[in-house]
Design a protein around this ligand. Structure first.
Ligand code: FMN
Length: 370
């Protein structure tokens, strides 16, 4: 029996396996609105065999976008654009659909990665970013505006409004984006947070704003639906955010009812030194799980079925999330199930693809003709 293909409960959500398609920005929205690219991308990956698909970082206000092409959910138009995409997913797939809610803070106003990914200056159509402190991400860049009380309340309320819109769209779960050097992570890390008020300095102070936003989203999203969070468990910079602080954050989140912690890393400083390698972030998920018993997801260079199975079987994490591996092989879940003796759901239109040696791969299927 494969443990990767064993069920798991996230609050009121029952998943038939432990695989999530990790959120992946597509940089292809217009004014934050999803379009035909998102329709194709999301519907394709809703058939991957993963029990849950997480919609890319979905920004809660326009200046919170990483790039002008980033997805948003801040008005009726951005909500309406997602509706037909979700209707199609629901028609053809039973995968759970999560949405990652995000604010880029000082990493907003960037060019798309394939256009170089650098800051777009105001003079070239960029926008003034905001952050915990007026400290630029990279030397020489325009600094963000330090958020005042009104700005903090506005963004917290924007997360809440987006969570309500997500619920109205039928989204099954929310993943808060508190990783990769974006706004909530910027508050956590002493590298980007130089505040001297109650939101800066000590660890409880640096965690205060992300926890306030988490509480507000949790309260606004239906009780039976899970809310998880993605963290950068370390900045990979001396004197930055690290695993010990992540564990304290995880303990606070656990008290507040977090349903999973997705353990990523990095993104707050160009000085980071990341020890890349297969499953390089698994020990981060493991550390959080061992210290807190919160449900954890491991993410990062997990590409092989056996590797994913071992991560779950050894108890290092409860789920795995795959990003690039899913783009490369959008039926990754099917192929993993075939290799590990698991079962996935496939739409009847594709049942005939079931390999002759894998008669149970798609469960009880029948196919007739005359
Ligand atoms: C195209 C692309 C877009 C991404 N966008 C997001 C995002 O929106 N939110 C996020 O938390 N991580 C994002 N990531 C990071 C992935 O979710 C994941 O954490 C990372 O790629 C490591 O997993 P992998 O080795 O399976 O790709 C993105 C990665 C890729 C390749």
């Amino acid at each position: 029996m494969s443990v990767l293909f064993s069920p798991i409960e996230l609050r009121g959500l029952s998943l038939p396996n432990r695989i999530m398609v990790a959120p992946m920005c597509q940089y292809s929205a217009v004014d934050g609105e999803a379009n035909d690219w998102h329709f194709t991308h999301i519907n394709t990956l809703a058939l991957s065999g993963a029990a849950m698909f997480c919609i890319e970082a979905t920004h809660v206000e326009a200046i919170g976008r990483i790039t002008p092409g980033c997805l948003g959910l801040w008005n009726d138009a951005t909500e309406a654009a997602l509706r037909p995409i979700l209707a199609s997913v629901r028609k053809h797939s039973r995968t759970a659909v999560a949405m990652q809610l995000a604010h880029a803070g000082r990493k907003g106003s960037s060019h798309r990665p394939w256009d170089g990914g650098q800051l777009i200056p105001l003079s070239q159509g960029g926008w003034q970013t905001v952050g915990p402190s007026a400290v630029a991400h990279k030397e020489g860049e325009t600094a963000p505006l330090e958020l005042d009380a009104a700005g903090l309340a506005r963004i917290r309320d924007a997360f809440v409004a987006a969570a309500k819109r997500a619920d109205r769209l039928g989204i099954d779960a929310i993943e808060m984006h508190s990783a990769h050097g974006y706004l909530l992570h910027q508050f956590l890390s002493p590298i980007s947070n130089k505040r001297t008020d109650q939101y800066g300095g000590s660890l409880p102070n640096r965690m205060r704003y992300p926890l306030e936003v988490f509480d507000a989203v949790r309260a606004a999203f239906p009780d039976k639906k899970p809310v998880g969070i993605k963290v950068s468990a370390t900045d990979w910079v001396d004197g930055g955010w690290d695993v010990a602080q992540t564990i304290e954050y995880a303990k606070e989140l656990k008290q507040r009812g977090v349903d999973w912690i997705d353990a990523s890393s990095g993104g707050v400083s160009p000085l980071q030194k990341i020890p890349l390698g297969p499953g390089y972030q698994v020990p981060l998920a493991q550390a959080v799980k061992e210290a807190t018993s919160v449900t954890t997801m491991a993410v990062g260079l997990i590409t092989e079925a056996k590797q994913a199975e071992d991560i779950i079987a050894s108890g290092k994490a409860d789920m795995v999330a795959l990003a690039r591996g899913m783009l490369y092989d959008p039926r990754w879940g099917w192929h993993a199930a075939a290799e590990l003796g698991g079962q996935v759901e496939a739409p009847p239109q594709y049942w005939r693809s079931q390999p002759s040696t894998q008669k149970a791969l798609f469960g009880a299927t029948t196919f007739g003709a005359r």
